[in-house]
Design a protein around this ligand. Structure first.
Ligand SMILES: Nc1ncnc2c1ncn2[C@@H]1O[C@H](COP(=O)(O)OP(=O)(O)OP(=O)(O)O)[C@@H](O)[C@H]1O
Ligand SMILES: [Mg+2]
Length: 213
């Protein structure tokens, strides 16, 4: 039976080890506890084919791909994920919580990778017509704190090996996007205990969507 309430599309962004996966799991549990249907998914990935692209992107040497090739691989994975998973879920009234989405592309390939924000945005907007999230949570924390968390948790991705200057550009890039689109992208201080971050995210969702989670 189709749901009468609309699904919401919430994306989580931030650098390596920011706590995206941790907070998505916590938020999903809170939303499910008030009876909402939730889909947790991630990018690049989220379908069998897009996960195959993910492996191409995340494994191997830091310099394996040029930023433009990276952009096109991410975009191909996103087209699959949107059409086959995200859009159908939202139409069925499911809340979609996505670990990274188009702002990661704007930052990793556009601002930090050197493709340029304008080129990335043009591709995403004009060629692919990607759907914008209803809300984006940007988990912001100092680069060293995130990388230390990541290392303590186990092996990271090809992007983790890109060096400190790259990660500094990633953080600055995300902060710039949040400042430019404050109505969509909420910057959350992620350099504090898990529970405080979780409470801040819940408060944002209550204010934005009127839920009582
Ligand atoms: N607020 C926090 N304080 C301390 N440690 C944390 C906090 N949030 C997450 N962690 C720990 O840091 C590690 C990285 O967290 P998590 O995997 O959620 O980050 P992520 O943003 O998903 O990282 P990645 O970009 O690598 O996927 C995990 O071991 C997690 O338990
Ligand atoms: Mg993660």
């Amino acid at each position: 039976m189709a749901s009468t309430s609309p699904g919401r599309f919430v994306t989580f962004e931030g650098g390596e080890g920011a706590g995206k996966s941790t907070q998505i799991a916590r938020l999903a549990a809170r939303l499910e506890a008030v009876g909402l249907r939730v889909l947790r998914t991630r990018e690049p990935g989220g379908t069998e084919e897009a996960e195959a692209i993910r492996r191409l992107l995340l494994e191997g040497r830091a310099e394996r791909w040029t930023p433009t090739a990276e952009l096109l691989l991410v975009a191909a994975a996103r087209a699959e994920h949107l059409a086959r998973v995200i859009e159908p879920a939202l139409e069925a009234g499911v809340w979609v919580l996505c670990d990274r989405y188009l702002d990661s592309t704007r930052v990793y390939q556009g601002l930090a990778g050197g493709v340029g924000l304008e080129r990335v945005d043009r591709l995403q907007r004009e060629v692919l017509d990607f759907r914008l999230p209803d809300l984006t949570i940007l988990l912001d924390l100092p680069v060293e704190v995130g990388l230390a968390r990541r290392r303590a948790a186990g092996a990271g991705s090809r992007f983790e090996r890109k060096g400190p200057a790259f990660h500094a550009r990633v953080r600055e890039g995300f902060r710039m996007l949040a400042a430019a689109e404050p109505e969509r992208i909420a910057l959350v201080d992620a350099d504090r205990p898990l529970e405080e971050i979780e409470a801040a995210i819940l408060a944002l969702l209550r204010a934005r969507f009127g839920i009582d989670a």
